[in-house]
Design a protein around this ligand. Structure first.
Ligand code: GAL
Length: 428
């Protein structure tokens, strides 16, 4: 059985509350929301940002299982385009504030979920965990991240890894590099990036600011190590310190290898440059695996992958999960969706198509791709840390401030010292 060892301060606090989860009742005295409480059952509006390409293919696979399991309930696709929820999260916030919630929405396990819990926008679904037998199905530390004050607020659909480099073998060969090479640290990788630069190809493709924050988190992880990186989120690592300065210098250097049209692109465009042999490398979460698969690319001929140099042995983690919003128009429809999301069949179908691995520890992954097998293995043995860009490490408001500071820096509007102090201020 796979066990996750999440190194977060929240995790140890949550462990203390986990024992209470079994008797937590979300305040209504009946063990949280259960199927008996729920009206409706005609339809379910599912709000995600899986609107196109390989992400939509993942959602479609999940919907296929939903339609088999719940043929009488109509699925309504409420997806809003924009990688990492860059447009969806704002729209969701306005809908929640206007008391116009969808029946269920996608949210990341960890600090992002806590935002919705604190604002009393989502229901305790621990009753459904009992009903569907989910408590044993997920790694205990993942349940900790979904738990608050003894209640559980969502059902996870997957585990994604953020600290992965994807590369084009043809571009690397053209630069005289061995596509099978891995790089011990960022300095070794800089040499390879220099070699690609000489060919006239883009060494490192990247897209809009959220993808830059995504790369930034992996560079902080490379520079500070798992413990130092975790300390950024619990206050034990000094944002103003010399180690962070050095990591930001590395980030600045990496950005110097990227395409200048980046701000107008989203992640699939940047991955496409690797698929098309226009760019050498790209740092992206393993939803990129699904994009390579969708393009008919096979590894190692058409693409290769490795942990971001300096982060080997660490699994930079995030999990999408689905909620039951307070005031959902069709809670029984949402309950049915959550049942499919948590089911072994739903998790296998969805994750095969999404590039992720199931959150359930008992799902059969034998048909998963070679990359996904490496993720299963790493998740079981690596040190696990929470993703910044994908809601595991910080609340949405803090991430937005970090993204603004990053975008100013990469656009040349601030210098490194200002960037560092803006990051420090954002995380106070
Ligand atoms: C993440 C999400 C992933 C993937 C990615 C790119 O935030 O957790 O499932 O969709 O964004 O859009």
């Amino acid at each position: 059985m796979r066990t996750a060892r999440l190194m977060t301060a929240a995790a140890s606090a949550a462990v203390l509350t986990l024992g209470l989860a079994a008797c937590g009742d979300g305040g209504d005295g009946d063990g949280g929301t259960t199927g008996d409480d729920m009206a409706g059952g005609e339809q379910v509006e599912v709000f995600t940002w899986w609107a196109a390409g390989s992400e939509k293919a993942g959602l479609d696979a999940l919907v296929g299982v939903f339609e088999e399991q719940h043929p009488d309930i109509q699925f309504i696709n409420g997806a809003v385009a924009g990688g990492a929820g860059s447009a969806a999260k704002d729209l969701l916030q306005s809908r929640l504030q206007a008391n116009d919630p969808p029946d269920t929405f996608q949210a990341h396990a960890g600090a992002e979920l806590q935002d919705y819990i604190d604002a009393a926008q989502i229901e305790d679904v621990s009753g459904l965990y009992d009903e569907f037998g989910l408590t044993e199905a997920f790694p205990p530390d993942l349940i900790d991240l979904l738990t608050s004050d003894g209640a559980i607020y969502s059902v996870p659909s997957n585990i994604h890894r953020a600290n992965v480099v994807w590369a084009s073998p043809s571009v690397l060969e053209e630069a005289g590099l061995d596509p099978a090479a891995e790089y011990a640290d960022l300095d070794a990788w800089f040499e390879a990036l220099d070699a690609v630069e000489e060919t006239g190809k883009t060494p490192l493709s990247i897209a809009a600011p959220w993808t830059q924050v995504h790369m930034l988190e992996t560079v902080l992880l490379a520079g500070l190590g798992a413990e130092g990186y975790n300390g950024l989120w619990d206050g034990s690592t000094d944002w103003e310190g010399a180690e962070v300065t050095a990591a930001l210098e590395d980030f600045e250097k990496l950005m110097g290898y990227t395409n200048t049209d980046r701000d107008g692109l989203d992640w699939p465009d940047a991955i496409q440059q690797v698929i098309d042999g226009e760019a050498g490398f790209n740092v992206m979460g393993d939803w990129a695996e699904a994009a390579f698969q969708e393009a008919g690319a096979t590894s190692p001929d058409d693409y290769v992958y490795f942990p971001v140099p300096g982060t080997d042995g660490t699994f930079d983690f995030l999990a999408d999960s689905f909620t039951l919003p307070v005031g959902a128009p069709d809670p029984a429809g949402a309950r049915a969706w959550l049942e499919t999301v948590g089911s072994a069949d739903g998790q296998v179908a969805f994750n095969m198509a999404k590039g992720a691995i199931p959150a359930r520890t008992d799902a059969d992954t034998s048909d998963f791709s070679e990359y996904q097998q490496t993720a299963v293995e790493s998740f079981a043995s690596d040190t696990i840390v929470p993703s910044l860009a994908h809601g595991a490490a910080t609340p949405v408001a803090m991430l937005n401030t970090i993204t603004d500071a990053t975008s100013k820096f990469t656009a040349g509007a601030t210098d490194l010292a200002t960037f560092q102090s803006e990051l420090a201020a954002a995380t106070m």
